[in-house]
Ligand binder design. Structure first.
Ligand code: PEP
Length: 251
């Protein structure tokens, strides 16, 4: 069975409702559906309802959620609410961890809540620059993965997508080389196989992905797609990355 790709765009705190709708409509014109290709964008909360279902080729995801179903949690959004307007949800993005002090325990609770409400989670993990330089990349990734997946049933593992995003490569213009990315993806793949033998789990690479470096990353054996920040804000750039995935699927 050939490869399948997920090309995902994290818009962070960018785009109004009108801009988000315009983007999805314009992007939909840039590619045709193809077996094995999945495309998703993660607009801000305010634009979820307005973009969800706008085009069947483009899934809509949320960038974060709280782990409780409902209650006195001012400013938070629950999985029960998100389920109405999102197809999936990012969990544990490094900006959530670093700026908003999300810990592995929160990530674990959020991941399990997303699964409970049938909202497929995209779990983000990755090391800092000092950790990489100290040779601790694989140890960090192992720890984050173990903590995030604690108590998750093997049967649920296939609903999860893992995004490996080295923090030093996010928004810096400095991406991991294809070899560096593949090494960590292979390690993650092995860990996931041990945890859930035989389950097919997508592992995305994220960190300064652009049209120019996307092909060499996507071609790596254990890379099943990309999570794109900056370059997902422009239709031409994001669709060029999708075209590269299509090239590989058609080859
Ligand atoms: C991200 O936000 O997940 C990301 C990878 O950003 P960028 O592509 O801008 O590095």
């Amino acid at each position: 069975m050939g490869k399948e790709y997920l090309i995902a765009g994290n818009w962070k705190m960018f785009k109004t409702v009108a801009e988000s709708r315009e983007f999805v409509q314009a992007l939909a014109k840039e590619f045709t559906a193809f077996p094995g290709l999945e495309v998703a964008v993660f607009p801000p909360f305010t634009a979820l309802a307005a973009t969800h279902g706008l085009d069947p080729k483009i899934k809509i995801g949320a960038q974060n959620m709280f782990f409780e179903e409902k209650g006195a949690f001012t400013g938070e959004i629950s999985p029960l609410m998100l389920r109405e307007t999102a197809d999936c949800v990012l969990i544990g993005h490094s900006e959530r961890r670093e700026i908003f002090a999300e810990h592995d325990e929160d990530v674990n609770k959020k991941l399990k809540a997303a699964l409970q409400f049938n909202l497929p989670p995209v779990l983000c993990i990755g090391e800092t620059l000092p950790e990489r330089e100290a040779g601790k990349t694989l140890a960090k990734v192992r720890l984050q993965l173990e903590k995030a997946l604690q108590g998750v049933a093997a049967a649920d593992m296939e609903k999860i997508t893992v995004a490996y995003e080295p923090i030093w490569a996010i928004g810096t213009g400095r991406n991991a080389t294809p070899g560096q990315a593949q090494e960590v993806h292979h390690f993650i793949r092995q860990m996931l196989q041990e945890m859930a033998p035989g389950k097919k789990i997508k592992i995305l690479y994220g960190g300064s992905v652009k049209p120019e470096n996307s092909l060499e990353l996507l071609v790596q054996e254990d890379i099943s797609g990309v999570l794109v920040g900056g370059a997902s804000l422009k239709v031409d750039q994001f669709s060029a990355i999708i075209q590269n995935a299509l090239k590989l699927l058609r080859a």
